[in-house]
Design a protein around this ligand. Sequence first.
Ligand code: PMM
Length: 268
Amino acid sequence: MNPVLMGVVNVTPDSFSDGGRFAAADAAIAQGLLLREQGADLVDVGGESTRPGATRPLLAEELSRVIPVIDALVAAGVRVSVDTMRHEVAAAALASGASLINDVSGGLADPDILKVVADHEAPFVAMHWRAHSKTMQDRADYTDVVADVRRELSERVEACLAAGIAAERLILDPGLGFAKTAEHNWELLRGLDELGQLGFPLLVGASRKSFLGSLLAAPDGTPRPIDDREAATVALTTILAQRDVWGIRVHDVRASRDALRVVGRLRH
Ligand code: PMM
């Protein structure tokens, strides 16, 4: 089975990869429609930047960023997920017709989100996370990153099940770049099978992240610019598809869709 391709629309002034480009609702809606046309199975709409050091928006601000975009995309028949850590945003997004809640904190930032998801019987992505953006890189310490992330994700699974989310609606994500160094990210990518042993589908978001920028750095150490990390992103899409992940979260849907076509064609 080809993985689900999740296309990213950040309705934020400050996301690391596309910050500011889709801050206005019409630009974000147009981008969501384009991603669907390019082959996104889901369009992931987010109103809070999670780049290291970012300041959180107020609740009202986050709602006013994402809800008009979700309304318009749902009206156009696009399957939408919402990238939020707040139960109020999750509830409003589900009321607007969102199909999935993507919580980068896996319910840690706002435990009430789990009840909202359970009540709506919505699918839930629980990502591995340790702290909000301002402090997360101080928490990048692990004894064995794969074993530690696996244990912390299994604790999230317990919390989700206890809140009433059905096991078949849960998806786990290693959270590349969240309280992780580049080396941690590579170890997690190598150790995906071990995370898969928890028995849940996996979503992976590697697109344009800084560990690719440092891998591809110039000889003087300057990281490869964000908009020039696409070939590396597509290489990972190809590899992840062969490792049977459930979903892949990317900014450039067209390029990753091409890669998935190649993988799919070789299989059959
Ligand atoms: N990464 C970002 C935001 N949301 N959600 C999931 N499930 N997994 C991720 O890896 C993830 C995420 C940060 O990237 P962005 O600023 O480009 O959206």
